[in-house]
Design a protein around this ligand. Sequence first.
Ligand code: ATR
Length: 276
Amino acid sequence: MPAIDRYAVFGSPIKHSKSPQIHRLFAEQTGQSLSYEAQEVKAESFAEAVRAFFAAGGKGLNCTVPLKELAYRFASHKTGRAERSKATNTLALQADGTILGDNTDGCGLVGDLLNNHRITLAGKRILILGAGGASRGILGPILEEAPAALVIANRTVEKAERLAEEFECLGSIAGCGFEALAGRQFDLILNATSASLSGELPPLPEHLLADKGNCYDLAYGNEPTAFVRWGIAQGAQKSLDGLGMLVEQAAEAFFIWRGVRPQTHPVIDLLDRERK
Ligand code: ATR
């Protein structure tokens, strides 16, 4: 009997990762035979753990916090979207033995917005809160949708400015601090800070969200995040968390590895029901 194809997610902390469940559901749905496990891997042992995984016959890896930049540097070659984000969440063993690095986070987010929630980005005024790794991963795919304006606001202003400069070749983008948002309005506000994880919120001015505007937190949890609650309080048409993005980025990774596109709706619905 041929050995079963092995996949895994590496990260720290990894205990609560939903990726094993998601990929097992995709495998079941598409009739693929594979295994997918979660492995606690810290930055110090990343290179060694990845080499050992592929040497033992592993076919593909997801890498999450805090390993995405390390995974980017580890990959022998990268897709354009991974190059732009300088971060990699998916590693795939190629037929010639090399390792391809990709970043499916941004297309996961855009796919969730467009296909699952019918929230379009073209011509919209979009605000991204945060200028760290999560923000970097989504800028390219958002700019590809041609928003009217994209603003990155961050606590450390220089980080927002630098990030905007890095991506300005792709479209209209600017960086600023939170104070500079007073008096402005956006059709879509995305939270890419890690503030939600500790129940905090960036300091946001009143009336930041335009009429019929939407809010989206890249983070997700069993309870609505602080930012999702903020969006509801601001009268957002939709105030969503990142569960759909999680499943969509996983589907894209599954497609890269297996050449088959799983259906995401049944998986999102199941995970959503489980947290209620
Ligand atoms: P990630 O990979 O999740 O993006 P990161 O690279 O450490 O993690 O970035 C975290 C982001 O959340 C940063 O933009 C950070 O702001 P600073 O650059 O000023 O540190 C932002 N952040 C974290 N906690 C925050 C808080 N309580 N209020 C506002 N911004 C916060």
